[in-house]
Design a protein around this ligand. Sequence first.
Ligand SMILES: Cc1cc2nc3c(=O)[nH]c(=O)nc-3n(C[C@H](O)[C@H](O)[C@H](O)COP(=O)(O)OP(=O)(O)OC[C@H]3O[C@@H](n4cnc5c(N)ncnc54)[C@H](O)[C@@H]3O)c2cc1C
Length: 260
Amino acid sequence: MRDVLVVGGGVAGLAASIFSARADMDTLVIDGGERSSSEGRTGSGDSGGSILERNASLENYPGFPHGVDARLYLRMAREQAKTAGAEFEHGRVTGVGRIDPDDLEAGFRVETERGEPFGTRRLIAASWPDSEYITPLDVGREQRGSKYVIHVDRVGRTAVDGVYAAGRVAGEPHQAIVAAGHGAKVALAAIQDSGVPFYHDWVAPEGYFTGRDRQIPPACEEIDDEERRKRDERARETVLERFADPLEDEPTMHPSVEEG
Ligand SMILES: Cc1cc2nc3c(=O)[nH]c(=O)nc-3n(C[C@H](O)[C@H](O)[C@H](O)COP(=O)(O)OP(=O)(O)OC[C@H]3O[C@@H](n4cnc5c(N)ncnc54)[C@H](O)[C@@H]3O)c2cc1C
């Protein structure tokens, strides 16, 4: 039984899984996208099946002054989720139901097109554009054009306790940074609902709290200068390595555009 199961390893789902895994919640991401498997379309893909795979140059995501290769961004976000402890399964989720209809605390059973179902206490739907699998739970959806969005509150909770939605499938605007921010916010709601009332996930310099005779708040960390330099070096090495060579992956074209 997982603490959190995220359906969709795109922008919102990856951000949500980074947050829930860093909160020590046992987190599984199931993604049905073509590039989620090691046998991805280009053979090199480990970046998921996000619609952002179609982007030609991601230029409005804060932190990259001249933009970034969207597929590299996805790949690194996925790596970050794995580093945080999230696990990944490739497969399309086809159905969700209660494990025990008479016990609302028993959690949810998540079916995929292959293999045994998965059990989870909380479910975050981040599966743009698909939410058909969630209809048995009666969370409430609304048709927008040819697609459906799931009804959620301010922090991504649906009408069903323990079920959340994040990103585009929750009706958020269609930009990567918005989807990432929403995924993080929804995971924070799931963390809070699991009984952790005060959760920041901050790393502060040594003395920031203790230098004022304050206790280090839960889910905060103080690190000394040596540790800060160590982490900084590791971060720079990783980024330099990942950006050293251009990715060969091409953008995914819209399915209705004929190949020339
Ligand atoms: C051509 C193009 C260019 C774009 N360029 C930009 C840009 O420059 N800047 C910008 O900010 N935004 C851009 N976007 C928009 C951006 O890609 C989206 O806003 C963002 O990806 C939405 O994030 P999401 O997590 O909601 O959905 P996605 O990132 O699409 O993630 C959804 C994930 O759910 C998975 N999934 C779906 N159904 C299931 C299921 N049943 N079971 C398991 N997994 C499932 C999919 O495989 C996918 O990985 C662009 C989009 C397109 C199409």
